[in-house]
Design a protein around this ligand. Structure first.
Ligand SMILES: [Zn+2]
Length: 280
């Protein structure tokens, strides 16, 4: 994939915008899909069938212009006025944090990995992992400075810590093979560079380490029935739209073996699950 900051003149939100080629295969050829809102649009790669938004808000550029420090809270009100995009970024992460659901990805981690270091990509305030990760050293990466600070305080009570960065970059701050498991829960659909993240994660996972993935399933029955009214469409927050086939293809292109049981990709479920394993 190539990404380029572009002027957002005429776009519906303030702040920088990224223009993307296919985030899975890098191809530039695509066809338009009839899904979008407020100027945000979706396309399908004609090379690999991956579905994505070709223009996305550059939340990482916004977040990293703010220093992560103890003074954040005192600055919050001013930033709310001066950076509606950063404020929106925090809201999105909070929504992710609230989406508990019935199935906790730590159940999948425990099935494969008895103990060790777990990293939550897009960890939000950390409460989700901290409540389920007893017995593991907990780490997280998130681009929201305020929420990462909360996660850091929680994870330090569990042998780890949290890093404020875009995930692909944050993962480079850990030694090769450092992690036994990773959680990518309601995260990859938000990530402008999913290939870059899976590449960085492959290095940061030990041989035999796993990543538990949960994303909305574009191939679900509900999406087919409800079309543009499907609950999985969130513009501009969900920038990638996976099917079981395109999720598998992206992961295998980065060297993972993929396990998706039938119950992980039920057509009646709006979400799907996968376990990616780094061979070793
Ligand atoms: Zn493609």
């Amino acid at each position: 994939m190539t990404m380029q900051s572009v002027s957002n003149a005429g776009q519906p939100v303030p702040g920088p915008v990224l223009a993307r080629t296919c985030p899975s295969c890098g191809g530039a050829h695509r066809s338009d899909l009839p899904y979008g809102r407020d100027g945000w649009r979706t396309v399908q790669c004609t090379g690999c069938d991956f579905i994505y938004m070709p223009e996305v808000p550059d939340f990482a550029a916004v977040a990293t212009t703010f220093e992560w420090s103890a003074s954040y809270a005192a600055e919050a009100a001013r930033r709310k006025r001066t950076s509606p995009l950063l404020n929106r970024l925090d809201q999105i992460t909070r929504v992710r944090t609230r989406m508990f659901g019935r199935r906790n990805p730590m159940q999948d981690v425990r099935r494969h990995i008895a103990a060790g270091r777990v990293v939550d990509l897009g960890c939000g305030n950390g409460s989700y992992l901290a409540s389920a990760g007893a017995g593991y050293d907990l780490f997280g990466i998130d681009i929201s400075p305020a929420l990462t600070a909360q996660a850091d305080a929680l994870f330090r009570e569990h042998g780890g810590y949290a890093v404020c960065a875009p995930c692909a970059h944050g993962l480079t701050q850990f030694e090769t093979g450092f992690f036994d498991a990773a959680i990518l829960r309601s995260y990859l659909e938000h990530e402008p560079d999913p290939a870059g993240v899976l590449d960085s994660l492959s290095r940061a996972l030990r041989p035999g380490g796993i990543a538990v993935v949960k994303v909305p399933n574009f191939a679900s029955l509900n999406r087919r029935l409800r079309g543009a009214k499907w609950c999985g469409f969130r513009f501009p927050d969900h920038v990638n739209y996976f099917t079981p086939a395109t999720l598998r293809e992206l992961a295998e292109a980065h060297g993972y073996t993929v396990t998706m049981r039938l119950k992980d990709r039920l057509p009646t479920d709006d979400n799907m699950w996968a376990v990616l394993r780094r061979p070793g």
